[in-house]
Design a protein around this ligand. Structure first.
Ligand SMILES: Cc1cc2nc3c(=O)[nH]c(=O)nc-3n(C[C@H](O)[C@H](O)[C@H](O)COP(=O)(O)OP(=O)(O)OC[C@H]3O[C@@H](n4cnc5c(N)ncnc54)[C@H](O)[C@@H]3O)c2cc1C
Length: 469
């Protein structure tokens, strides 16, 4: 027996699908509304232009998805996805060295974004109490007379409805970065949530290649990070179903990869390591080069509002859309959906009034982790402008040491993976057990540099005589 009758979820991408899945446990009926026609098959669509680009699913995101969709992991693997340990099977080059390779227990998924969404969508559509209205645009919220509560939505171009309005006990906005909630609540007399943005002007250029087993015998994927502040370029080569590589070459602040094949290869050659260039220089390209521009990370601080309409929540990129290069967006959405699930469970049988306060508090905790990590990294570039995190220079110096130590010390790399997977707050890398190892690795690198310098000084010169002091 459900205490609440109807939920409406706006947006049928990853955040909306997850919200619909979670709410199907707590309300009699859920209606998922999506502007695009939703295909049954695996393919790109207009509302998710990033779907053509590389989309790694972090281990904690994969775990959440498998929790809500049992059997998903096997089904993805059967369709050609690769599920692999993020430390053992990834060649990750950062700060002049490859990360340590060992079994970390963090298994991420490598597949196309469209295949993942297709699997999740199919499972949500199969839920008996979820109805999907695709090719249906939401025009605005409907309100009670006092405008204290959102009571549903007004639709444009309703496909199979006789009435353009739908009522609900709760409406979830998962319409992504272009969410209209700030404008719609402002029109109803509310204050907009304070917003923070960080300007990064990242450009992605993606090309798909045929993948063969000899391409990368000792790993499944390659990441070559940028080396701020000097090099603004990065590259990612992830496997995908159908024996394909999805190659993404990207850069900050306008340093974007060219879209002609020769220029694309030259850009790959200019990365901090040669793995990607070596593979794509001889692999068969099977797509054009497609681009995506990401001007800024953006966060709406709904948790800071004193007043907010009852019956409305916001989830996913609509709350925070951040630099995608750490691959945390879908995991963030999954953890936000899990927070909603927990709160709905706590409220079972009770009114949902005031839920927004607890919900936005919990969502802010989820979002703060990736936000702090990526915006900190972004401020290593002098050109980055916007909401600067406090003490960012100091923190970045320490995080830089953590990143370097991750190439020799599995304990340090694991601490870093905890944060990247949003399992622990960024401050956890300051724990004495980790900090001591970071220091020890720094001293070892310093010692090695000193030894090198001494050896160079005492090395015989080419004519066989010792170099004079
Ligand atoms: C280039 C790029 C690369 C990325 N790489 C990764 C990665 O490697 N790993 C990762 O985890 N994340 C990645 N992300 C982030 C990830 O794509 C998002 O976090 C994820 O899709 C969740 O977003 P969302 O569902 O909140 O919003 P979106 O994916 O933007 O979806 C919003 C949905 O709402 C619909 N909609 C909008 N307005 C309306 C309306 N008025 N009525 C009805 N429907 C509407 C849209 O059609 C769309 O389907 C990347 C993002 C980008 C841009």
């Amino acid at each position: 027996m459900y205490a609440h009758r109807h939920a409406i979820v706006l947006g049928g991408s990853m955040a909306g699908l997850l919200a619909a899945r979670v709410l199907s446990d707590h309300l009699e009926h859920v209606t998922l509304i999506e502007r695009d026609p939703l295909p049954d098959e695996n393919g790109p669509r207009k509302g998710v232009p990033q779907g053509r680009h590389v989309h790694g699913l972090l281990a904690s995101g994969l775990n959440q998805l498998c929790r809500y969709f049992p059997g998903l992991r096997d089904a993805l693997t059967a369709d050609g996805a690769i599920i692999a340990d993020m430390a053992e099977r990834v060649r990750w080059h950062q700060r002049g060295a490859y990360k340590a390779r060992f079994v970390s227990g963090y298994e991420g998924a490598f597949l196309s974004r469209t295949l993942l969404e297709q699997h999740v969508r199919r499972r949500v559509r199969a839920l008996p109490n979820v109805t999907t209205l695709d090719a249906t645009d939401v025009e605005r919220f409907s309100w009670n007379e006092e405008h204290s509560r959102v009571t549903g939505v007004m639709l444009r171009a309703p496909r199979s409805l006789t009435t353009p309005s739908l009522d609900a006990d709760i409406v979830i906005d998962a319409t992504g970065r272009g969410s209209r909630t700030p404008a719609w609540i402002e029109q109803a007399g509310y204050v907009r949530a304070p917003e923070r943005s960080v300007k990064i002007d990242i450009g992605y250029a993606t090309r798909v290649y045929r993948r063969t087993p000899d391409d990368l015998p000792d790993a499944d994927a390659v990441i070559i990070s940028a080396a701020p502040p000097t090099s603004r370029r990065m590259g990612v080569l992830f496997p995908a179903e159908g024996d394909r590589w999805i190659c993404m070459l990207g850069g900050w602040h306008g340093d974007h990869a060219p879209t002609d094949p020769a220029g694309y290869l030259r850009f790959a050659e200019g990365l901090g390591a040669q793995d990607i260039h070596r593979i794509i220089a001889r692999a068969e390209p099977i797509s054009e080069i497609s681009t995506h521009r990401f001007p800024s990370s953006r966060r709406c601080h709904y948790e800071r509002l004193q007043r907010f309409p009852e019956g409305l929540l916001v989830l996913g990129d609509a709350v925070s859309s951040f630099n995608p290069s750490y691959g945390q967006g879908m995991t963030s959405a999954a953890l936000q959906a899990a927070a909603l699930d927990r709160l709905m469970r706590d409220r079972r049988g009770r009114s949902l009034d005031g839920l927004w306060r607890e919900y936005f508090r919990d969502v802010a905790r989820v979002v703060s982790i990736p936000w702090d990590v990526v915006s900190g990294e972004d401020f290593r570039f002098r050109e980055t402008t916007g909401a600067r995190p406090p003490l960012v220079g100091l923190i970045n110096r320490y995080v830089g040491q953590v990143q370097k130590a991750s190439s020799t010390d599995p304990v340090v790399f694991t601490a870093f993976l905890h944060v990247m997977n949003m399992q622990k707050v960024p401050q956890s890398v300051l724990a004495p057990r980790v900090a001591w190892r970071v220091l020890r690795a720094g001293l070892a690198r310093w010692g090695a540099r000193e030894r090198d310098a001494t050896e160079r000084t005492h090395a015989p010169v080419h004519d066989g005589r010792a170099r004079p002091h």
